[in-house]
Design a protein around this ligand. Structure first.
Ligand SMILES: Nc1nc2c(c(=O)[nH]1)N[C@H]1C(S)=C(S)[C@@H](COP(=O)(O)OP(=O)(O)OC[C@H]3O[C@@H](n4cnc5c(=O)[nH]c(N)nc54)[C@H](O)[C@@H]3O)O[C@H]1N2
Ligand SMILES: Nc1nc2c(c(=O)[nH]1)N[C@H]1C(S)=C(S)[C@@H](COP(=O)(O)OP(=O)(O)OC[C@H]3O[C@@H](n4cnc5c(=O)[nH]c(N)nc54)[C@H](O)[C@@H]3O)O[C@H]1N2
Ligand SMILES: [Mo]
Length: 659
């Protein structure tokens, strides 16, 4: 039997897959050849998804902690015992501290609308309790907010149109590692390709040209390129007059960024900036593929806001194959309010920021968090300020429930662990953020042991707490139907995927001058906001690893073997001044914390920058990872995380005073 499913991972591609089932067991899993983006191919990680499903390390029974927090010692218990204990603790905590003392911490382990983050699975249950709201600030919010100021939506161009582009700027994005399916559309085009990234990534190596600016300076580069374009008189006056707002003011701002000044800010040679500006001026359509990397900085929201202005100056937004693609999420017409039911809240409640976990758990001004539910997240590995996150999770008075597949670093701090189903074992629906397809995931096999879908876990808990609201008991199919009211669910279900019609971009006018930004207290005009982490150390970028998906797959032995030891790459000049040689064991540190790695000395990174990857588990890495050095600080817009705006010093391990 073949069953159509969908990859749940936090990746732009949302692949459609086919599961082979024999005698009730999943025996094969491959990319769906019919899906126009998946085109039959998965990725190096998901090719091993079934090994994860069948892994001996999989959690298959509820567990209760018997050791100290962090030790990771548990005993198996029954679901009845687990539900009773959770219900008793929750009832007591809510009676004493109120519903807001409960924090449902939803992560990106699954982007499913039914079981995962996009539908905040369990949210109805928590709303009925009056629990705190959860703001998922960890990934893309700064950029989305910036784009909304300029375009009225974060949904940009349909990436399938890249096949028609003649110049493609791959700006702060490494799709060959972090979502490779878009690459085929780039290959289908005859476009000249330019990578703009402080690191010569796999993607940059395959491009015609690579520019390596200093991290966090992209908006200045964009303004410099527009300066060249306007200097050549190549702006699209008709588009500017009819489709934009605030051009005279923005033109004045562009005038403040001549290539010489931009060269100083970005660390790029003037001639390279001028040459790229000229190329853009003379090439229609030009497309920008940007993704989340460049917005993990203090000025990350502004970076996307200003980047989206560039195709406004050239008029590319009006040409198929021109414009900017960051995320396509804004194009889907999904009824998420019907799914999450915020109307069930008994009264208004506070919102807690996902990327301020240390602060919230250790020194919040408001009512204390006393019960924490970690759902498809691994904050010890993925959140900023690892030391403080661990300190918060170690609080003896905090009751922590973790819903998981594997014994992660975060599971070690749980009071109760609940085993969750994986994708072939439950129903779900995904909407891609890197293309325009909905994908359906039909359950293919029964779950191992006592694993339950997240939805079912919260139905059981609601019953245990005696909650009577009927909305808490609706089936997964009912939830999917409510979400997809605007679409043909039967067709989606039988074919496995459905392409949706995009909305117009910009929604009405492109706003160089934004009322929305002004009302939010920001610069009324698109511009440049510099990086903020102080100090004179190297800027450490910790981008997507080719072999892990955030910390997911971090337990897979084959992928760990292929990923090798954690490395930090630095430029030969920076290595020389620090006395570091290729292969040296190093300690990377700042005031927040430290981690250990092996030095790779290479001109793959520009001077002033160090590069590593995210996704390692602390318990495999001597107790800390790169996130021990990252600050719990917000980006300019939307309270996003600033993973790449991070200064560190690097020393050879065992040596003294080499900074
Ligand atoms: N294999 C794999 N795929 C993944 C993930 C993974 O962990 N592994 N993660 C998934 C998730 S959750 C997301 S959100 C996406 C994220 O995927 P991306 O959007 O690709 O984000 P990053 O990997 O953080 O960074 C992308 C690139 O931006 C560069 N960069 C960093 N700072 C700057 C800057 O200031 N300016 C410029 N121009 N470039 C900069 C980095 O060097 C990196 O090469 O990928 C998804 N796909
Ligand atoms: N240094 C650094 N850190 C980063 C980033 C960076 O660029 N640099 N990027 C950040 C980004 S973009 C993101 S999105 C975050 C991600 O951070 P998180 O949201 O914490 O994602 P993961 O680390 O993948 O952990 C997800 C966990 O969910 C579990 N899981 C998967 N599916 C399910 C399910 O259906 N049910 C249940 N109960 N569990 C499930 C997996 O086993 C996994 O342990 O990390 C961020 N961390
Ligand atoms: Mo992400």
């Amino acid at each position: 039997m073949k069953v159509l499913g969908a990859c749940p991972l936090d990746c732009p591609d949302a692949c459609s897959w086919v599961v082979d089932v024999q005698d009730g067991r999943a025996t094969g899993l491959r990319g769906n050849r019919e899906h126009p983006v998946t085109r039959g191919a998965l990725c190096v990680k998901v090719n091993r998804y079934l090994d994860q499903v069948h892994s001996p390390e999989r959690l298959t029974r509820p567990l209760r902690r018997i050791g100290r927090k962090g030790e990771g010692r548990f005993e198996p218990i029954t679901w009845d015992e687990a539900l009773d204990e959770i219900a008793t603790r929750l009832t007591g905590i809510i009676a004493e501290y109120g519903g807001e003392a409960v924090w449902p911490f939803h992560g990106t382990g699954s982007l499913g609308y039914i079981q995962g983050l996009e539908g905040f699975s369990g949210r109805r249950f928590f709303n009925a309790l009056g629990a705190s709201l959860h703001d998922p600030t960890i990934c893309s919010v700064a950029g989305s907010t910036g784009l909304k100021y300029t375009l009225g939506t974060a949904g940009g161009m349909d990436p399938e149109e890249l096949a028609q582009s003649r110049l493609i700027l791959l700006w702060g994005t490494n799709p060959l590692s972090s979502g490779h399916h878009v690459w085929k559309f780039i290959q289908d085009s005859d476009a000249y390709t330019v990578a703009i990234d402080p690191v010569r990534t796999r993607t940059a190596e395959r491009c015609d040209e690579h520019l390596a600016p200093l991290p966090g300076t992209d908006a200045a580069l964009a303004l410099g390129l527009m300066h060249v374009i306007v200097g050549l008189g190549a702006e699209d006056t008709e588009f500017l007059e009819t489709r934009t707002e605030g051009w005279p003011e923005f033109r004045d701002r562009i005038a403040q960024y001549p290539p010489e000044r931009v060269a100083e800010i970005t660390g790029l040679p003037v001639e390279r900036i001028v040459a790229l500006g000229e190329r853009i001026a003379h090439t229609r359509p030009t497309a920008i593929r940007a993704s989340q990397g460049m917005q993990r900085h203090a000025g990350g929201g502004m970076a996307l806001r200003t980047l989206a202005c560039l195709p406004g100056v050239t008029g590319d937004w009006a040409i198929p194959g021109g414009g900017l693609h960051y995320s396509t999420s804004g194009h889907f017409r999904l009824d998420t309010p019907a799914l999450m039911r915020f109307d069930l809240l008994p009264h208004p409640v506070r919102t807690l920021s996902m990327t301020r976990m240390g602060e919230v758990l250790l020194d919040t001004d408001g009512p204390p968090v006393k019960a924490l539910f970690v759902i498809a997240a691994n904050p010890v590995g993925s959140n900023p300020d690892q030391r403080r996150v661990i300190e918060g999770l170690s609080r003896e008075d905090l009751f922590t429930v973790v819903l998981e597949h594997f014994p992660t670093d975060t599971v070690d701090y749980a009071d109760i662990v609940l085993p969750a189903t994986m994708q072939p074992e439950h129903l779900d629906v995904l909407a891609a953020y890197g293309n325009l397809y909905l994908v359906w995931n039909e359950p293919a096999v029964t779950p191992p042991g006592e694993c339950l879908p997240t939805t079912e876990t919260f139905r059981l808990l609601a019953r245990r707490l005696g909650l009577t609201e009927p909305a808490l008991y609706e089936s997964d199919e009912d939830l999917a139907n409510q979400l997809l009211q605007q679409y043909d669910v039967d067709r989606l279900r039988s074919e496995g995927f459905l392409k949706i019609d995009p909305r117009p971009v910009p929604v009405d006018k492109l706003r160089f001058l934004s009322d929305r930004a002004t009302r939010a207290g920001h610069d009324p005009l698109a511009g440049y906001t510099p990086p903020a982490d102080p100090g004179d150390g190297l800027v450490l970028i910790s981008a997507a690893s080719h072999y892990f998906l955030n910390t997911s797959f971090g337990i897979d032995p084959e992928l760990r073997r292929r990923a090798g030891e954690p490395t930090v790459t630095i430029h030969p000049e920076d290595a020389a001044t620090r006395g570091i040689a290729d292969g040296d064991p190093i300690t990377v540190r700042n005031a927040r914390g430290s981690f250990e790695a092996v030095a790779e000395v290479s001109d793959r990174v520009r001077p002033g920058v160090a590069a590593t990857t995210k996704g390692r588990w602390a318990k495999h890495s001597g107790g800390s990872t790169v996130n021990a050095t990252v600050a719990e600080r917000d980006s300019d817009f939307g309270g996003g995380a600033v993973f790449h705006d991070n200064r560190v010093s690097i020393t050879v391990r065992g040596s003294y005073c080499r900074t």
